[in-house]
Structure formats: structure tokens, C-alpha cells
Write a protein that binds this ligand. Structure first.
Ligand code: ASP
Length: 327
């Protein structure tokens, strides 16, 4: 269904209801623009520049956004120095690497996998779920069985480095096991717009290091860590997934963009919800990156030090995100 221009534009009544942050001014350009001004890809965290570059190269070569984001995320899944994604991702409390991923295309199709062991390219597995089954999500043993039946390679994803880190944690914290630290988890979330103006997005992670075996984060939950609506835009999340799930972050962001909020304002509103939920001031971090259909992007995080990458006709660079508060 086509959305009318009117429905994109935020009304003064909404602003008056206090949802609007102080510095916001309506960006009314949305609604009249239905196509991006060019090829663009954005991703969470500054260590994903190789992924945005790969994605952008493929967009330039004429690949659609789904092929491009899958290939871009695979670069991070292959990188053993990235200890929060794919091969080399930090394991759970039992020393087992379990991966979560999700993917969405411009037709509103979605696929995801959760708590998958011994399969490196879970983004591709999520894509297979989306494209070859009637389901959206497969988990654990079932997801692995599906992977093996579809010729995915089974392999040990633990590297020397990730095993040593786990052993160190186990030795130190076995009694008082403080699992949640701002420094032991991240996710690659990536959004792209292709030549036809179509958007796709994907997310891949090993989740929180030292998590309880069986824990699933926000990354494979459609609407939490990923949402794409080709008429509006998309959003991806990183950080403490429990808080992203509790606030349905990415769906909220896309809906706020639909109302006319800019991508950054929409991310900020979602962060404000997280902040409100975090009544006891737990030491958490959440970061969102949003990309609007017209190619305008924005990001916001709860605390400083969140970063993102952006590749477009002006180059491939990383940036510090705006943030909501200091600790
Ligand atoms: N959102 C991920 C999770 O909770 C971790 C992260 O992105 O920092 O599994």
C-alpha cells in the first residue's frame, strides 16, 4: 500500500505531546522523495569499514541491496579480529560460539537464525531461511540441521584468541561472573540502498560474550535489531540486546521516520525509551543507525563512543555517533 505524503509528515500535535527532543526541527522533505539520491550503505561500529566498502563496491557493480549487504556482512563474519561476529566471535559461558543473525529485503521478507553453532556465515543462513522456507526464524539444533542440509560448512569458530579470552574470564569470574560489560559485545548491522532505490538490511553477531548457553539477543528478532520498510527506511541496532528487545527499537525507529522524524531524531526517541527503562542505571550501551529511503542517515546511542561507517559517492568513512547522555 502506498503511504500518502501526509502520513510521513510529523504533525505539530505529536511535537506538542512532548515526544520531540529539544533540538529537533521537522524535516519535511520526506514523503515527497521516494528514491535515494544515490547508492549508500551504513553500518554499526567503526571496525566495519571493510564491510561497508565491500557492500558499496557491489552496489556500484549493479548488485541489488540484498546481495550487497549479505556479502558485506560476510566480510565481518570472516574476520577473526572482530571478536563479536562470526569466526573468532567470543563464546558463551561454556566456551561455545553461538551466533545470531537476521536479514530483510525491500519486499518485507525476513529471515533469521538464533543460537547457531559451528556455522560461520549465519547471515547467509538467515537469507536461506527467508528465501527457501515459509518460516522467518530457525534456532539452535534445527537451524544447524537446516544449514547442513543446505550445504553450509560445519567448522570450529573458536580461535586461539577467543579461547584464551574465555579461559581468562572463566578463571577470573567463575564465582562472581559479571557477564555484562560494555566492552565484550557488538554487532554488525548494515543497511544499503541499491540502484533501483531498494533497501535491504542485515545483522550478525556472536552476542554477549560469556552469555548463558542458549541466550538469544536482539539481533535475530525482527523489529528489535533490524527493521526495513522500503517505503520509509530501515534501522539496525547494537548494544545490550535485552534493552533493544524490551523497547522494540528498530520497528519504533522506522515508525517514527514514517511520522516524519529525521533518522537521527527517530534513533534518539528509541534511545530515550531505553534510558527510561533503565531505571536502575545499569551499565549498558545501545546504539542505533537508521537510513531513510531518500538516503539520509542518522545514528544515536545511549552513551558516548558509539560509531558507525558510511559509504557513498563521497567515500567510505567512520564517524562518532551522537549520544543521549554521559554516565
Ligand atoms: N546486540 C547484541 C546482543 O545483545 C550485542 C551487541 O550488539 O553489542 O546480542
Amino acid at each position: 500500500m502506498k503511504i500518502s505524503r501526509r502520513s510521513f509528515v510529523r504533525t505539530s500535535a505529536v511535537a506538542g505531546a512532548g515526544l520531540l527532543m529539544s533540538q529537533s526541527t521537522p524535516q519535511k522533505l520526506f514523503g515527497s522523495i521516494v528514491k535515494s539520491s544515490g547508492l549508500i550503505t551504513v553500518s554499526t561500529w567503526e571496525n566495519t569499514l571493510k564491510s561497508t566498502w565491500r557492500t558499496f563496491e557491489l552496489l556500484q557493480s549493479g548488485k541489488n541491496s540484498l546481495d550487497a549487504i549479505e556479502a558485506g556482512i560476510m566480510v565481518a563474519e570472516d574476520d577473526p579480529t572482530n571478536t563479536t561476529v562470526g569466526y573468532g566471535g567470543f563464546p558463551d559461558e561454556d566456551g561455545i560460539v553461538t551466533l545470531d543473525a537476521s536479514i530483510m529485503d525491500w519486499n518485507g521478507n525476513a529471515g533469521s537464525v538464533a543460537a547457531v553453532e559451528n556455522i560461520r556465515h549465519v547471515i547467509s543462513l538467515a537469507r536461506s531461511v527467508m528465501q527457501t522456507t515459509k518460516h522467518v526464524m530457525l534456532v539452535g539444533e534445527g537451524a544447524k540441521k537446516f544449514a547442513l542440509a543446505n550445504n553450509f560448512k560445519e567448522e570450529d569458530l573458536l580461535t586461539e584468541k577467543s579461547r584464551a579470552a574465555w579461559e581468562e574470564w572463566k578463571g577470573k569470574n567463575i564465582k562472581n561472573n559479571n557477564r555484562v560489560s560494555p566492552n565484550n559485545h557488538d554487532t554488525i548491522g548494515l543497511l544499503a540502498i541499491d540502484r533501483d532505490g531498494n533497501m535491504s538490511g542485515g545483522v550478525s553477531t556472536s552476542g554477549m560474550a560469556w552469555k548463558i548457553h542458549g541466550r538469544v539477543g536482539d539481533s535475530p528478532i525482527i523489529g528489535a535489531a533490524l527493521f526495513v520498510d522500503n517505503e520509509v527506511g530501515g534501522a539496525v541496532a547494537t548494544g545490550n540486546g535485552e534493552w533493544v528487545m524490551r523497547s522494540c527499537g528498530c520497528f519504533l525507529i522506522v515508525e517514527k521516520m514514517r511520522e516524519g522524524y529525521s533518522p537521527e531524531e527517530a534513533c534518539k526517541i528509541a534511545i530515550e525509551r531505553v534510558n527510561k527503562l533503565n531505571k536502575n542505571g545499569e551499565d549498558i550501551q545501545v546504539g542505533y543507525v537508521a537510513l531513510r529511503k531518500d538516503g539520509v542517515m542518522g545514528a544515536h546511542s545511549l552513551y558516548p563512543d558509539f560509531s558507525y561507517c558510511l559509504a557513498d559517492k563521497n567515500g567510505n568513512k567512520s564517524y562518532k555517533s551522537a549520544f543521549y547522555r554521559t554516565k
